[in-house]
Design a protein around this ligand. Structure first.
Ligand SMILES: Cc1ncc(COP(=O)(O)O)c(C=O)c1O
Length: 473
């Protein structure tokens, strides 16, 4: 038995034996958080360049929302969604369906992105049952992807968090994988972007055919990849092509926009991005999360197209199952207030304009840095991938753990980023240990960030990469 000191953490998270740094509040315009060392009570103020895990759309503790919280709580009696609905869930759904200009006509609100994906899988399955097609039970998703940590959503994903749990997940037969979408490494010398799109689509069609297309319920992809690979944007024509193949075989096409959506990439929905989005129409359903409640409440959800809604309405008109906190009135009320403020203050435009500038500045200022392999992303969801050799794109040896080194170096300079390893892939070395290959550093600040704050983030990341170049080459 381990002896518990007064510093021992009672929270089953990160390291059991250590509380680590604890957040005790935010500062200034909400772009900064205050972290305290519980042992020494020493405090440090940091700019939150990744807004937790790309969660805050407004800054931390947005005063306007916080001031209304007690009114919202007073007006929000709890009801079980299986029995009675509430106006907050209705209003939030209508607000976002209106923003989609008819691409979605119904929403289900959940407590997390994992649950949203879990529910989306059930919606897709029931859609086929409603249409008298019970053989469809498989979900195609991508290698090197993340869709959450519950059993179903982790089965959809394919990343370093998965291998230890594989024996208790959905089978590989039920969750076939298509190739990862990774233009930086996928577009080989002599290939065009179009060649790469065609290669990815040929692979997707092959996976459909090899897995009996009549059994595929849906295809699920992150519109822009998130934490696993660090914000790779898809090549032109990829999303259109993948949706076409999916529909050709009678399956549903779903985009997971939990991390990249609702403004994070500079547009209300990321599949609408003019450079790499769908050229018209939308997916059959999307999941959203994170920024929707700006970290004030736990909120995520599924947005469902008229095609899917109609199949239910013309079928049983009943949704099988409900969770206790589905469409929670207070959470939905806060989510609506957050969304209203984002649109009122043109914050998505701020993300687009300042995000484009940050990306251009990072590219320019890292153009001679030998370890900055790729600068990518959209809106303010941006990544720099570290490499040992720019020519060959060889990654650093995993033993250097460059992802964590980058995160720590930025932290020491006053900026929180998401430094990660496993960009290229991972390998399970024993039952409980997985090592990741390739490293990246991602930012995704609050939509309210200013030009001065954008410049600080660029400067800090550039300095960090230059230090890595000096110390690790
Ligand atoms: C693309 C994507 N989908 C789903 C999830 C899961 O969301 P949550 O952590 O809220 O369960 C995440 C979380 O990072 C994500 O990035």
């Amino acid at each position: 038995m381990t002896v518990k000191t007064k510093d021992h953490s009672y929270v089953f998270q990160r390291k059991i034996s250590d509380k680590g740094l604890l957040c005790v509040g935010s500062k200034g315009d909400g772009m900064y958080i205050i972290l305290e060392d519980p042992k020494t009570r020493e405090r440090k103020v940091l700019m939150d360049g990744i807004s937790g895990a790309a969660v805050c759309s407004l800054g931390h503790n947005d005063p306007e929302i916080i001031d209304q919280l007690s009114d919202f709580a007073r007006e929000s009696a709890y009801t079980f969604g299986g029995h009675y609905g509430n106006y907050s869930a209705e209003n939030l759904s209508k607000f976002l369906c209106d923003k989609s200009k008819g691409l979605f006509s119904s929403c289900l609100w959940t407590g997390s992105g994992s649950e949203a994906n879990e529910n989306a899988m059930k919606i897709m399955r029931q859609y086929h049952l409603e249409r008298g097609d019970p053989n469809r039970y498989k979900f195609i998703s991508r290698k090197q992807s993340y869709h959450g940590f519950t059993i179903g959503s982790l089965s959809l994903g394919d990343c370093a968090r998965k291998p230890p749990f594989k024996p208790i997940l959905l089978s590989d037969e039920c969750t076939p994988k298509i190739a990862q979408c990774y233009p930086y490494r996928g577009i080989k010398s002599g290939m065009t972007e179009e060649d790469y799109t065609n290669e990815l689509l040929a692979n997707a069609e092959k996976v459909f055919i090899e897995n009996d297309p009549s059994t595929i319920a849906g295809v699920v992809v992150e519109t822009v990849g998130g934490s696993t690979m660090g914000t790779p944007t898809p090549p032109k024509g990829y999303l259109d092509g993948l949706r076409e193949i999916t529909h050709k075989y009678g399956a549903l096409f779903m985009c997971d926009e939990v991390m990249c959506g609702l403004g994070r990439c500079g547009y209300p929905f990321t599949f609408l991005h003019p450079e790499f989005g769908l050229s018209s129409g939308g997916p059959d359903l999307i999941t959203v999360g994170k920024t929707i409640g700006s970290g004030i409440v736990t909120l995520a959800g599924v947005m469902i197209s008229p095609k899917v809604v109609d199949a239910f309405e013309e079928g049983s008109n009943l949704i099988v199952g409900a969770q206790t906190y589905h469409c929670h009135a207070l959470n939905c009320r806060v989510g609506l207030a957050v969304q209203q403020k984002i649109y009122r203050d043109n914050l998505i435009e701020n993300v687009r304009i300042l995000g484009d500038k940050m990306k251009a500045d990072l590219k320019e200022q890292l153009k001679d840095c030998k370890v900055a392999g790729d600068v990518r992303g959209a809106g303010n969801f941006l990544t720099v991938e570290a490499v040992k050799d720019r020519e060959s794109k060889e990654p650093f040896d995993h033993k250097f753990n460059i992802g964590s080194v980058m995160e720590q170096k930025c932290f020491d300079k006053g900026l929180i980023v998401m430094g990660a390893s496993g960009t290229i892939g991972n390998e399970q070395v024993n039952d409980n240990e997985v090592i990741g290959y390739g490293d990246h550093c991602t930012i995704g600040p609050a939509f309210t960030f200013t030009e001065g704050q954008a410049n600080f983030m660029v400067k800090t990341i550039v300095e960090t990469f230059k230090e890595i170049e000096r110390e690790y080459l």
